[in-house]
Design a protein. Structure first.
Length: 211
């Protein structure tokens, strides 16, 4: 089935000529072109075809050219569909730290789209994924951020996940988080960093509530 273009003008700078017909099917073929310039243009133009999100995501995991990868990430962020979000999530399992960080930065721009999957991320069996979820929250403009962090301190068994949550609560927390911070301090009484991070977070949230 042919891909359907979103309504709106095509993004085609006049200073560059395109050699082939530009439609969803040819763009998908060009996304696999040996020439990185062709792949970059295809990734840019596929933003007008939301159904291409899965293909863009699959290409992202194997793309070696950084400029093409950047355009794919931009297109996935602009599409913002569940398939696009899933593609960004898949990057969190990559061994490429730069790709993981880029995917986190993209998801931070999509608070409404990421919010429905945050519980899934925070309850992942993989502690690293739970830490990445906290990292996403660091710049996610969503009203539930503090509540999610409180939940982490109340429920997560992994010291590093809770440490990441404490670090973030020291920046964004309010007095509403104080009880959960004290709980985490008690749960990890033998962990010096947790004690330090909890004391700092408690001081910061108290300051945030001061008149």
């Amino acid at each position: 089935m042919a891909l359907i273009r979103k309504q709106g003008e095509a993004r085609t700078p006049r200073q560059e000529q395109r050699q082939r017909e530009r439609n969803g099917d040819t763009l998908l073929l060009q996304l696999q072109d040996p020439n990185p310039l062709a792949r970059r243009w295809a990734a840019r133009d596929l933003v007008d075809y939301p159904a291409a999100a899965s293909a863009l995501a699959a290409r992202l995991l194997q793309e070696a050219d950084l400029s093409v990868r950047e355009v794919i990430l931009t297109s996935l962020t602009l599409i913002g569909s569940p398939a696009a979000i899933q593609g960004l999530l898949d990057c969190l399992r990559s061994e490429d730290a730069c790709l993981r960080n880029e995917a986190i930065a993209c998801m931070q721009q999509l608070p409404a789209e990421v919010a429905p999957i945050m519980q899934q991320l925070l309850h992942s069996d993989d502690a690293d994924l739970r830490i990445f979820a906290v990292n996403i929250l660091a710049a996610l403009c969503h009203p539930q951020v503090e509540n999610w962090l409180i939940q982490v301190l109340q429920e997560d068994p992994h010291v590093n996940v809770c440490a990441a949550a404490l670090d973030l609560l020291a920046e964004v927390g309010t007095p509403a988080a104080a009880a959960a911070i004290r709980l985490a301090k008690g749960r990890f009484a033998a962990q010096p960093y947790i004690q330090f991070a909890a004391d700092l977070a408690l001081a910061r949230v108290a300051e945030s509530g001061a008149p």
